[in-house]
Each structure stands twice: as C-alpha cells, then as structure tokens.
Design a binder for this molecule. Structure first.
Ligand SMILES: *Cc1c(COP(=O)(O)O)cnc(C)c1O
Length: 420
C-alpha cells in the first residue's frame, strides 16, 4: 500500500469528527502527558493524525516498531498466525514459542528464554531469577541487587524500585527491599557500593544495568567500565543482568547493546523491538543460572502462538533484509547531520550522542528550551520525536528508515530550532 492510498480521499474522513480529546480524557486514566494529536494510520516511517496531517515517525512507538508501520511481512505474519492459532496456554507445547526461543539463543549470549508481555515483566522475571539463584546456589539469605542512578527498568513495584530515579518511586512506598544504587559509568562508586554491602554483612547477588541508558538521557555505557564490571562479577560470583529492553533487537546496529561493550551478560531482557510493536517480552539467561523449575514463574499470555509467531517473523525479516547494516549507515548519517545542526547552535545544544538508531540531542542546561519544547516544535514541522529526560530529545526511528527520511527529519529539526 502506498502512503497516498492511506489518506482518506473524501477529504473529510471519519476520525476527524469522531475523535474528541475531551471524551478520551473523561474515560482514560490521566497517567500520560500527551502531545495534542491523535494518530490513526501509518505506513513505513510515516503516520497520519485524525486530521489527515502527515508526520515522519522518529519515535516508532518508543523504539518499538522496528519494521515501521504496516510492513508487508508484519501484516502477513499477523494474518497467518491469527488464522491458524492465536492463544492456548503454557499447559501445552507451543511450536512458535520454541522457534522464537531458538532464534534468540542462536543470535545472542543466552541459552534459555522465558517469554512474557512487556519490558517491566521481563525485568521482574530477571530480578526473581537472580534472587532464586542467590538463594538456591549461593545460600545468600538477603540478596542485594545494585542498579544505576538515572536507570529505567519499568513500572511494576520491583522495577520502579530497581529504577534509580526517585520521580518514578514517589508516592508508591513501601518499595521492594534489596536494591542499592550507584552512579552510571563510575567504577570507583560501584566498587564502593559492593564493599559497603559486604561491610553490612550482606551480599551482592546481581548488578542490573542498561548497556546504554535510554530513558535516562541516551547515555552509552563506557566500554572500560562494563569490561571491569564483567571481571568483578566473574571474580565475586555476582550475576550481571543487562536490561536490553530498549537497545536490544538491532536498535544499536548490532543485535544486542552489550555487543557494543565487548562483554556478555549472564541474564538479559528484551521487549520493545522484539515484536516490532506486537506486545512481547523475553527474559534470557546462560544455562548455569537457569534455576527456574515448574511452578516458579509463569504468565498466561507469555509466549503465546500469536506474539511468538509474529516476533519470529520480525526477527527473520530484520536478518534476511540485512537491516542491521541499514541501522549502522542511517545511524551514522543521523548523528553527522544532528552534529552539523548542533554546531550551528552552540549556545543551545550541548551534545549529540548514541549508537546506531538510538540517538540523543542534549540541550544546554542553562538555556530555557526543554526537550518537550523542542519535541512540540518538531511536531509543528511534521516530525515526531520523544524526550529522554528534561534536556535530551531522543531519535529512535524504525530500523528501515531511508536516507531521504533521515534528511527530511534533520531538516525539520533545523527548522524547529530556527522557529522555536
Ligand atoms: C521501556 C523500558 C522498560 C519498560 O518496558 P515496558 O514494556 O514499558 O514495561 C524497561 N527497561 C527499559 C530499558 C526500557 O526502555
């Protein structure tokens, strides 16, 4: 389908009259700060709102729609699987689940997979697995998990506790015990945190980090820092858990974020890009720490034929169409273009950084302009972007984005900055 055929030809449409923000707000809980547009159609890297206005989508459902919108392979997989079998139960063997698990173990450091429905649920599972390993194998009564300041791991109680940002925890106490926080990319601070736990007569069971902090401001992990952590974990028998929910599944130009750091985790999680926009999460681990037994952990929807069949098609499409090489090339193009824009506004823009197609443009802390202001200005210019904290604007387009689309987005950002 060409984008043109997606725009209603009656010039009026049905959604424009029917969609009402007031009606929406009267019925939906007020948990999100929403930009004032309603999206109803998409094709490739473009989406259209209920008024028929076109946008270049550099949000992709927050680093999720890796194949963009209405991709033929996605449509085909969804259609085939829904006609065949969509949901049964983990009371039975599910062939699609087995095939997706095999694809994942063949393309990662993991040996075993547990499927769930979201990033938070995958991280919740990782926390449970690490605690069970500590109890069963290491006899640790009261295991501690170290996480980083400015991290983001999800919105369940355990994952907001793991998230090292007080704003996500405020109002939800009592939080889950057993977490200690340390500044990201700061080795001496991490070593101190481990020593302090030891001094208190407790033991660190796991260190949970993002290879690149996404929500926390698009901050890539430091190679030397992560390599030293891997060494410390090996020496002390600490599990290294990496949250790959945002950076995994090809987003960085490699399958996994940790490949950019030259290390392998013991446990890692995936979700956002895994199903290309179909809800699915995965918890993966090396066989030595695969300590779950029947009855320990479960999910009704987790690993169902629909989600797994579609996610497998997404994975195979990324691989067969060599999309990782597009991610590398378009990522470099995007960073270079944003860098050129940044050098035109040295008083406004502090830095451009990222890996592959997850990139951030950081605004100077002393200027009034916020990330939300810039996102609003970009929307006015026809490009969707997403904040990553108060001063960083994130660029996470579909992995199939073209050279022309990257150019178009950067020109729009330049206009947005010019007209701000
Ligand atoms: C989005 C995100 C999560 C949470 O995923 P949900 O699917 O929203 O539960 C966890 N960790 C990271 C790094 C994320 O980016």
């Amino acid at each position: 389908m060409s984008p043109e055929t997606l725009i209603r030809d009656d010039g009026l449409g049905t959604g424009a009259e029917q969609f009402s923000i007031d009606r929406f707000n009267a019925n939906v809980m007020n948990t999100y700060g929403r930009f004032p547009i309603a999206l109803e159609k998409g094709s490739g890297c473009k989406v259209w709102d209920t008024e028929g206005k076109e946008y270049l989508d550099f949000v992709a459902g927050i680093a999720t729609c890796t194949l963009g919108h209405a991709h033929p392979k996605l449509i085909e997989a969804v259609t085939e699987q829904i006609q065949k079998l969509h949901h049964v139960s983990n009371l039975y063997y599910i062939p699609e689940q087995g095939e997706l698990a095999a694809w994942l173990t063949e393309h990662s450091a993991g040996d075993r997979v547990f499927f769930c429905n979201s990033g938070a649920e995958a991280n919740e599972g990782a926390i449970k697995l690490a605690r069970k390993y500590a109890h069963d194998r290491l006899n640790i009564e009261d295991p501690v998990i170290i996480t980083a300041h400015a991290s983001f791991h999800g919105r369940t109680l355990a994952t907001i506790t793991a998230t090292g940002q007080p704003k996500y925890q405020k109002g939800f106490s009592p939080l889950v015990p057993g977490f200690v926080y340390t500044p990201y990319n700061d080795l001496p601070a991490l070593e101190n945190a481990i020593a302090e736990v030891d001094q208190n007569g407790r033991r660190v069971a796991a260190i949970l980090l993002e290879a690149l902090q996404g929500e926390g401001g698009v901050r890539p992990g430091d190679v030397a820092y992560f390599q030293k952590i891997r060494q410390i974990c090996d020496e002390k028998g600490i599990l290294l858990i990496l949250d790959e929910v945002q950076v995994g599944m090809g987003r960085t130009g490699r399958w996994w974020g940790y490949e950019n750091l030259g290390i392998e985790p013991d446990i890692f999680t995936s979700a956002k890009g895994l199903g290309g926009g179909i809800p699915i999460g995965a918890l993966m681990c090396k066989s030595f720490c695969d300590v779950f037994e029947p009855g320990n952990h479960a999910s009704t929807f987790g690993g169902n034929p629909f989600a797994c069949g579609v996610a497998l098609a997404v994975c195979q499409t990324l691989e067969r169409e060599n999309i990782l090489s597009n991610v590398q090339q378009r990522g470099e193009q995007l960073r270079n273009s944003l860098q050129a824009i940044a050098s035109e506004y040295p008083d406004l823009i502090a830095e451009v950084r990222g890996w592959g197609l997850i990139n951030g443009m950081e605004l100077k802390s002393d200027v009034e302009l916020t990330s939300i202001d810039l996102v609003n200005a970009a929307i006015a210019q026809g490009v969707l972007l997403v904040p990553a904290g108060p001063k960083v604007v994130r660029f996470v387009p579909p992995l199939i984005v073209t050279e022309a689309e990257v150019n178009q987005a950067c020109q729009a950002v330049a206009r947005a900055l010019h007209n701000r």
